[in-house]
Ligand binder design. Structure first.
Ligand SMILES: N[C@@H](CCC(=O)N[C@@H](CS)C(=O)NCC(=O)O)C(=O)O
Length: 201
């Protein structure tokens, strides 16, 4: 059985929890306090971060790498596009999310960020999210009509917009509607910890 070491408030861990619940197979989640990491995490992940996935003699870190492994191991429902061109486009998007969005999420998550830095991170997130709004005027999910790994990757950020004190302009309504579509999925609801549920009214 797979075991996921997951931070109870960690957006990257939430990504992997969403994938596990979307697949509907047997797994175990070990809740970890991100601000008080047990020593075993450093043994499993040289960067001492969550999430970490263990299955028999395989130990993985990095949420996107963990998620692709789960997707290949349990192919239904498939979350990465099946065909090589779309698959590589999806990977490029995932990379851009990390550079343009989640680098700023990391700043906000590290409670130690100075106020100026945190405000810059909020502004960058607001502006970069505003740029993807037109996608959702035309389609239901990031890559088209189906829920994919890209929707998994961005969902924890969309859930935390109020929690991070990010205010999007009125024109972002299609993005917020898209977020609601993700939030209503049973796997998304099941993936949340009590601390995450409390982040949004
Ligand atoms: N790029 C990593 C980011 C993981 C990450 O930053 N995890 C945070 C919690 S949300 C963590 O473990 N922080 C503990 C620390 O840095 O001491 C991923 O996608 O898994």
């Amino acid at each position: 059985m797979m075991t996921l070491y997951s931070g109870t408030t960690c957006p990257f861990s939430q990504r992997s929890r969403i994938v596990l619940y979307e697949k509907g197979m047997d797994f175990q989640i070990v809740d970890v306090d991100v601000f008080n990491l047990p020593e075993e995490i450093a043994v499993m992940n040289p960067y001492n971060r969550l999430p970490v996935l263990v299955e028999r003699d395989l130990t993985l870190h990095e949420s996107n790498i963990i998620n692709e492994y789960i997707d290949e191991r349990f192919p239904h429902p498939q979350l990465m596009p099946p065909e090589p061109v779309m698959r590589s486009r999806a990977r490029l998007f995932l990379h851009r999310f990390e550079v343009e969005l989640f680098s700023h999420v990391v700043t906000l998550e590290s409670g130690a960020a100075a106020k100026g830095l945190a405000d810059k991170a909020r502004a960058a997130l607001r502006d970069n999210l505003a740029q993807i709004v037109p996608i959702f005027v035309k389609q239901k999910f990031m890559l088209g009509e189906d829920f994919t790994m890209l929707d998994v990757a961005i969902a924890p950020l969309l859930w935390r917009l109020d929690h991070y004190q990010i205010q999007l302009p009125k024109q972002a309504a299609p993005l917020l509607k898209y977020a609601e579509r993700i939030f209503s999925r049973p796997a998304f609801i099941d993936s949340m910890t009590p601390a995450e549920k409390a982040m949004r009214k």
